[in-house]
Design a protein around this ligand. Structure first.
Ligand code: UDP
Ligand code: MG
Length: 357
């Protein structure tokens, strides 16, 4: 990789959260695949998402022997989607591969994605034709979730695709200009549009360690996806309200008929059941509104999405200034270059695109 202000051909962004057991093997396979694809003209951005194990030590150790590797350490655990966003903000490549650290996404697939992009695709995403080593529960809930999401939103979000994808620089820049904090990256990429091509692959089992997505995080992720890409649930609340109003009117009619017929006091239990039923419907409606309102509050605060503790390259760690969604690509890039110690070369400087020699 040239040290002047030149874009590497490829950036590889890998979010890592407590991945100490698999990281060496990931780096080994990823370096082989990247070298075969683009020679030395690549960078690996390994984002440590607040790991509590030796992940960061391993990343800095690799950055000493591997000049292509840039480590980014976040101040705490912000979650997978935010760690990926942090990595995308630091990436300078003309193309960016987003990949998991656990080798469930085979790094070698890069070699199949690259020619598809050479033929003009903006995004090449991995679509899982099979998923080894996942629990039945995860498979069933994931399938149900993607189908539900498909019905609720008008953005065509591909089924059975994760975040494993190769993206063009322009798609990454558009993605980074999206200010929302509840990030559902695969949906946001679909929203951008352009030529998006699926590449079917067999998803392997995790190489080491266990999933960093417990049920709690999965539910949160699913709710983020739905609330960011659909307002249908808000309208469901309205329809349920209408429906319950109609039922209530019918019930009043029924009660009046009973009253005229003289059976008034009977049916205390049915009354209680009705009251309880309507209360639950109301609370569902309020809950749905709360889900959206809570997110609105978060967005209204306009906080930065993540904070970086340090950036490590060639064994040297430096701080990185705050990255925000309203930065221009050239500003973001200049901040990254200061942090990784690349001297700006005024002669070749041509804003974001840079000039390649
Ligand atoms: N990850 C992360 N922060 C988190 C959780 C996960 O950076 O809070 C990373 C993790 O290290 C991995 C990727 O995100 O590289 C996907 O996580 P995982 O493999 O645990 O998810 P699964 O494949 O089980 O859905
Ligand atoms: Mg995984």
């Amino acid at each position: 990789m040239n040290d002047r202000l030149v874009s590497p051909r490829l950036s590889i962004v890998v979010p890592c959260f407590n991945e100490q057991d698999g990281l060496d093997e990931f780096v080994r396979r990823m370096v082989l695949a990247a070298t075969e694809a683009v020679g030395q003209d690549y960078e690996i951005i390994a984002v440590d998402d607040g790991s509590s194990d030796a992940t960061w030590d391993l990343i800095t150790a690799h950055s000493c022997d591997l000049p292509n590797l840039i480590g980014v350490r976040l101040m705490r655990n912000y979650g997978h989607q935010m760690a990926a966003t942090a990595g995308l903000s630091v990436a300078r490549g003309e193309r960016v591969l987003l990949i998991d650290a656990d080798l469930q996404d085979p790094p070698e697939l890069l070699l199949l994605m690259t020619p598809i992009m050479d033929r003009g695709a903006d995004v090449v995403y991995g679509q899982r034709s099979s998923r080894a080593g996942e629990t039945r529960f995860k498979l069933v809930t994931a399938a149900a979730f993607y189908r539900l999401l498909g019905r609720l939103t008008s953005v065509p979000i591909p089924k059975d695709a994760g975040d494993f994808r190769l993206m063009s620089r322009r798609v990454v820049d558009i993605l980074l200009a999206m200010p929302e904090r509840d990030r559902f990256i695969r949906g946001m990429v679909s929203w951008v549009g352009g030529r998006q091509v699926a590449l079917p692959y067999e998803r392997d089992a995790r190489f080491a360690g266990e999933t960093k997505y417990p049920l709690r995080k999965m539910v949160r992720f699913a709710l983020d996806a739905i609330t960011s890409f659909s307002t249908v649930p808000l309208r469901i609340a309205t329809w349920v309200g209408f429906l319950s109003a109609v039922i209530a009117v019918a019930l009043v009619g029924y009660t009046l008929v009973q009253w005229f017929a003289g059976h008034t006091v009977a049916g205390w239990s049915s009354l209680m059941a009705t009251v309880a039923g309507f209360f639950s419907i109301q609370f569902i409606g309020m809950g749905i509104m709360g889900e959206y309102l809570g997110r609105l509050v978060e967005e209204a605060k306009q906080r930065p999405m993540f904070a970086v503790d340090s950036v490590s390259r060639g064994g040297v760690s430096r701080p990185l200034e705050l990255m925000t969604a309203n930065m221009r690509p050239s500003e973001r890039r200049a901040a990254v270059e200061r942090a990784i110690g690349v001297e700006p070369d005024l002669h070749t400087h041509d804003d974001r695109t840079g000039t390649r020699d």
